[in-house]
Design a protein around this ligand. Sequence first.
Ligand code: GLA
Length: 378
Amino acid sequence: MKIKKLTINVIAALVIFSVSVFAAGCDTQPALKDVYAKDFLIGCAVNYDQTCEMVPCETAIITGQFNTITPENLLKWEKLYSDANGYNFDKADKFVEFGQKNKMFIVGHTLVWQHQTPMSIFQNADGNDTDRKTLLARMKEHIFTVVGRYKGKVNGWDVVNEALDADGNIRKTKWSEIIGDDYIEKAFEYAHEADPDAELYYNDFDMWKPSKYAGVIRLIRGLKTKGIRIDSVGMQGHWGFDYPFDEELEAAILVYSQTGVKVMVTELDISVLPNLFANTGADIAAMREMREGYNLYPDGLPDEIQQKQAKRYAELFSIFHRHADRISRITFWGVQDGNSWRNNWPVRGCTDYPLLFDRDCKPKPAFDAVVKVVKCDK
Ligand code: GLA
């Protein structure tokens, strides 16, 4: 009898011990979506293979860590439509199904952009530029087709991408040349008509630079004055160790939110490689020279650089956390370092390490640093 009681006690002790060890283990890798639950949505961009759950450890990161997804390419005009075959939604449908299955906030990226859009959209049959009326009709049809298909499923759309120049003026593109600057407001109007419940966003890079945000603010005010819906602005976050400047990033967040929109960081990845553009400006010869020594860490990231990146991510997330009431979403541009576009930009065939998970899907020091921002903020 005594022996039986002893055995039960030993088993109970073992159970308690292993539960507490397991809990401690879990505690060291919590989910970002839980850590930042009170702050904002947190997500990643996914590719087609990831929506098909081809690599289990990537699926585990996407579904375990994040509560929102954006398609890296699948909803871009050239991916949905070709002159030869018309629209094909197979892959985009898969993306939306994946998001719905996992109860995620689904972002549509992107409806109107000058890149990754078939050239034929801007042309007549003779290859010359088409006219305003025709292009507006094509834009409307595209927006109605795509937004209409995913009405009630895609929660928010990047309606227009990268429409402003560095000086804040409307960029000269086929859209603005053929339709005029009001193509932006037309796009927002059509998107709202196609799904009145969907959130609508303007998304661009360098959104933290004062000259650029002056233009974005004009754009937001212009839309709002005309009663056109815009919910948020997306600051693409393809950043590095020495940019953006923290004060300017913070100032931009404040200034945007004062116009009544929410702020999102939409394409976050922090390269560990040098900032090619800052150091060379437009000097092509200097850039070429720099390319030679650009691929600094082909065989692995030295610990010192891991730590530097972790510190950088912590600085950024401290700013995001501090302004959580103004920020609605942070989205990483990719899942793990191995499939980030930054391995091929601005220089092809490099080894970069811009995300929170390494090529084996293991959390990096940067991951722990991002978690600690909230956990140590007591
Ligand atoms: C821009 C676009 C994204 C993507 C990146 C590069 O930021 O908005 O869709 O194409 O460039 O991956």
